[in-house]
Write a protein that binds this ligand. Structure first.
Ligand code: GLU
Length: 405
């Protein structure tokens, strides 16, 4: 099943649950606008490369379109549309006044120089500038894009509009109007939700075992925070392999090495090296997919040995696998709730830029905690009330908020 079909599957369920009409369903499942362009980039060897680029503006019923831009070889219209749709759901789940959008460029930034990647970023802004803007559509980082790339995009946009526009983009460096804590916000938000869930389950984090897939921005920060709560990180994976130690890894050391460009299995930290996918089937209490889509599938779900899945990545569980986990009573904290901390702090950044304020670390942290725990409470109560999963509840709640505006 393709990514957009997954999204439809979840919305269809919400439509049935809420007794909505065909017309309402169509509105929820149709993007407002699909923008495409071919970006032509001059490479350092003198050749020219052409990369397909997308911006999908899904729904702005609750506020300006909002969502990141990913640089990844697999980015295509279907994937970007699904992710844009999920952004609309996500913003409604945490109840912030944004709609949903997503961007993507299909190329591998790991194979290009920094300068070439920045040229892609500039070309992207030039291609879509007329459809972007602080009140229209506000981009942000996503897979393989970061604060530095946001700074380059902002510079290009300001060149086009001829005036300072820091609220054009979020996830910027602090020096360009960024907000403190945006870089760790996705993982911070996920941890607030996990703490609330564990408290509902009448248990603490201390001594629980976690397995983390992904050692990029969100994954590394999540591993660091989970260890900080007293959990044992029994496995951590990047795209090259999984490092496993049932007694708990020296995660600080793994992440320090990773920061220096060393793959987790080559970090020299005590543990066994396994394949990159093995992290998913490692026995643990909390499994944290924090990399890409479609990681827990019908092919491996029977070997998944956890009782909580915290979806920091977008779309890591396929609908078939999700159903099996639900039958087994595994608590799956869905992406649209678990990773909404990123866009929540993007919203704070956008507010900061518009009011010319500088938010303190304490203010960001406090507001993020209350936004995430309120969202969790709304979703968990709805799920309990209707005897449905957290994902079904999150979609139903979001859909009703989108339609009522
Ligand atoms: N790319 C992130 C996400 O998938 C953040 C989006 C944003 O901050 O606008 O939620």
């Amino acid at each position: 099943m393709a990514a957009f079909q997954y999204f439809k599957h979840h919305v269809d369920k919400a439509v049935t649950l809420l007794g909505l009409s065909e017309e309402q369903k169509k509105k929820l499942e149709t993007p407002d606008r699909v923008l495409k362009a071919d970006l032509s980039i001059k490479l350092e060897d003198g050749s020219t490369a052409v990369f397909p680029a997308y911006r999908v503006q899904f729904n702005n019923a609750r506020g300006p379109y909002k969502g990141g831009i990913r640089f990844h070889p697999d980015a295509d219209e279907d994937e970007v549309s699904a992710l844009a749709a999920m952004m609309a759901i996500k913003c409604a789940v945490v109840d912030i006044p944004f709609g949903g959008a997503k961007g993507g460029v299909a190329f591998d930034p790991r194979k290009l120089s920094k300068h070439e990647v920045h040229e892609v970023a500039r070309a992207y802004v030039r291609a879509f500038a007329e459809h972007l803007g602080p009140d229209l559509d506000v981009p942000a980082p996503d897979v393989y894009t970061n604060a530095g790339i946001m700074a380059v995009m902002l510079e290009e946009y300001e060149k086009i509009v001829g005036k300072p526009s820091p609220a054009f983009i979020t996830g910027k460096p602090l020096a360009n109007g960024g907000i403190i804590g945006r870089d760790t916000a996705t993982a911070d938000g996920a941890l607030f939700v996990l703490e609330a869930l564990l408290s509902d389950q009448h248990r603490g984090a201390e001594g629980l075992r976690a397995a983390v897939q992904g050692a990029g921005n969100a994954g590394a920060q999540a591993a660091h925070l989970l260890a900080g709560l007293g959990m044992d990180i029994v496995a951590i994976a990047d795209s090259h392999g999984t490092l496993v130690n049932e007694k708990g890894l020296d995660v600080a050391r793994v992440l320090e090495q990773k920061e220096a460009g060393v793959h987790v299995v080559e970090s020299g930290v005590a543990g066994d090296a396994r394949g990159p996918d093995d992290v998913i089937t490692e026995a643990c209490d909390v499994l944290v997919p924090a990399a890409l889509e479609e990681q827990i599938t019908i092919g491996n779900v029977d070997r998944v040995k956890t009782d909580v899945v915290l979806e920091i990545a977008n779309g890591p569980t396929t609908p078939e696998a999700d159903e099996i986990l639900a039958k087994r009573r595994v608590a799956v904290v869905p992406d649209v709730l678990a990773n909404a901390g990123g866009v929540t702090v993007s919203y704070f950044e956008w507010l900061q830029n518009r009011s010319d304020e500088i938010w303190t670390k304490e203010r960001v942290n406090e507001q993020l905690r209350s936004t995430m725990t309120d969202a969790y409470r709304d979703v968990a109560d709805f799920a309990l009330d209707r005897s449905i999963t957290l994902r079904e509840a999150a979609y139903a709640l979001a859909v009703s908020r989108i339609l009522n505006r």
